[in-house]
Write a protein that binds this ligand. Structure first.
Ligand code: 4AD
Ligand code: MG
Length: 434
């Protein structure tokens, strides 16, 4: 495959004879000329085959070729503004490597989402899905760059854990030899806190698991979370970092993935251009007042549901912070608010356009006694939190962090309605296949 060229490199090979490998996306023919649209993952190219220019067996093979057959195409590259992708290949030889079949399941027509999900391994090949995967990749790279450039160290935290990270209600557990049960991590945070005491500013990025029985468009049972943890940083400082990170990430998606956003994804990019500092901030109490004024039955102390979040965010064209929730609505590790001990020092970040919570963050309880009493209050097993309590026994420190859900962020930036399309192989309440 020495002379292999990827479709997105054709611009550098205009006039040359090149070989591309790919799959048949579409075709039409008129008499002695065949037009194929071939895709190779980097782009699409129009391939023009004249009966008189190619060996007879290549022409015959072409007559029977089905969608998604894999191909080797040799030809000379030509710029053509009218061709999809901007280039044409005038073919001198063509070989079918892997045949397909007329019953290739994912046709170019519309299919129901259940059907598409059942064929996710093939559906992924379609232009819109490819565009989503590319934007996801850019978002992840942008976040990594953001933290790397600010001196954060990536620390990989365990997936098999012995302690509950977030809430007892949504744990996946598995047998673990003679040690009883292990849980699949709901968060890397607790380990991130230990690493922050070693390294200062860290982040972890990995898959996290929640046995959530919710079938909403915002929930997966396996999702990826980016979780920075920052020593000597309070809740206010954490919100500042969140805001800078989001502005940076959206900017990178616009800068490097505009073609995907405006092409197959048909995203209104002007809504993304508006994502600039400062983000509006509302205290939880202000959010409740606002909801009540809008006719909601919600009461102080209740957690905000998806619809409440959408309602609060409606007035803004950029993400909105809601900070300092009542402690009963939040996890045990959040720091008590010294100015109002009914609340904790925390924030959610709610994306605009109805996408809901994309970040949950907080300052961590750094007082040994308060943390221990919260662990007891929640009925959590004290013995497995001894190492976590050690972080308060030996040199406790002000620290904060947050978790950004990658799939929700990708859904918002790409404008995709349901987060199941934002990960290659989504795991939901009723899906383990493919
Ligand atoms: O608010 P959460 O539960 O926060 C934590 O896990 C903290 N330990 C984070 C931290 O402070 N280090 O989850 C954080 C984010 C949510 O805002 C949401 O974007 C995403 O993770 N998330 C989910 N995404 C998809 N499916 C689910 N079931 C999700 N649950 C949370
Ligand atoms: Mg949350």
């Amino acid at each position: 495959m020495a002379d292999k060229v990827y479709i997105n490199q054709l611009a550098e090979h205009v006039g040359d004879e090149v070989t591309i490998y790919g799959w048949l996306y579409n075709k039409r023919s008129s008499g002695k000329i065949g037009f194929l649209i071939v895709r190779d993952g980097t782009g699409i190219v129009q391939v023009v085959v004249s009966k008189s220019e190619v060996p007879a067996e290549a022409w015959t093979a072409l007559q029977e070729i089905d969608y998604e057959a894999s191909l080797k195409v040799v030809g000379s590259a030509k710029a053509d503004a009218r061709a999809p992708g901007g280039y044409e290949l005038l073919v001198s030889d063509l070989e079918v490597i892997g045949t397909s079949s007329p019953d290739y399941p994912v046709q170019l027509k519309e299919h129901g989402v259940d059907f598409l999900m059942e064929h996710r391994h093939l559906w992924l090949r379609s232009p819109r899905q490819v565009a989503i995967m590319r934007v996801r990749d850019e978002i992840i790279k942008a976040i990594r760059d953001f933290f790397y450039d600010r001196g954060f160290t990536l620390v990989d935290t365990p997936i098999l854990t012995g302690a509950i990270g977030e809430s007892a209600g949504t744990l996946f557990s598995t047998e673990y030899f003679d040690l009883g049960h292990a849980y699949l991590a709901q968060t890397g945070q607790l380990y991130g806190e230990a690493a922050a005491a070693a390294l200062g500013n860290i982040y972890c990025f990995g898959p996290t698991f929640r046995a959530e029985k919710s079938k909403t468009r915002r929930h997966l049972t396996e999702f990826w979370m980016m979780e920075p943890e920052m020593a000597w940083c309070d809740s206010e400082c954490s919100m500042q970092v969140q805001e800078e990170m989001i502005v940076y990430v959206v900017g990178r998606a616009l800068e490097r993935r505009r073609a995907e956003l405006e092409g197959p994804l048909e995203r209104d990019t002007s809504a993304l251009e508006a994502i600039q500092s400062p983000f509006p901030r509302l205290s939880y109490t202000e959010a409740i007042e606002k909801l009540q004024a809008a006719g909601s039955e919600i009461e102080w102390g209740d957690d905000l549901g998806g619809e409440d979040e959408t309602l609060v965010a409606e007035d803004y064209d950029r993400p909105v912070f809601i900070y300092n929730y009542p402690r009963q609505a939040k996890a045990f590790y959040m720091k008590e608010n010294p100015e109002d001990p009914r609340t904790v020092l925390c924030n959610d970040l709610i994306a605009p356009e109805g996408y809901g919570e994309i970040i949950g963050g907080s300052q961590r309880e750094d007082d040994y006694d308060k943390l221990l009493s919260r662990i007891r209050e929640e009925g959590l097993p004290e013995d497995v939190y001894q190492w976590y309590l050690d972080l308060r026994r030996y040199g406790t420190f002000t620290h904060s962090g947050f978790g950004l859900g990658i799939e929700r962020t990708v859904a918002w930036i790409t404008g995709v309605q349901h987060i199941r399309e934002t990960i290659a192989f989504p795991r939901t309440l009723n899906r383990l296949y493919p």
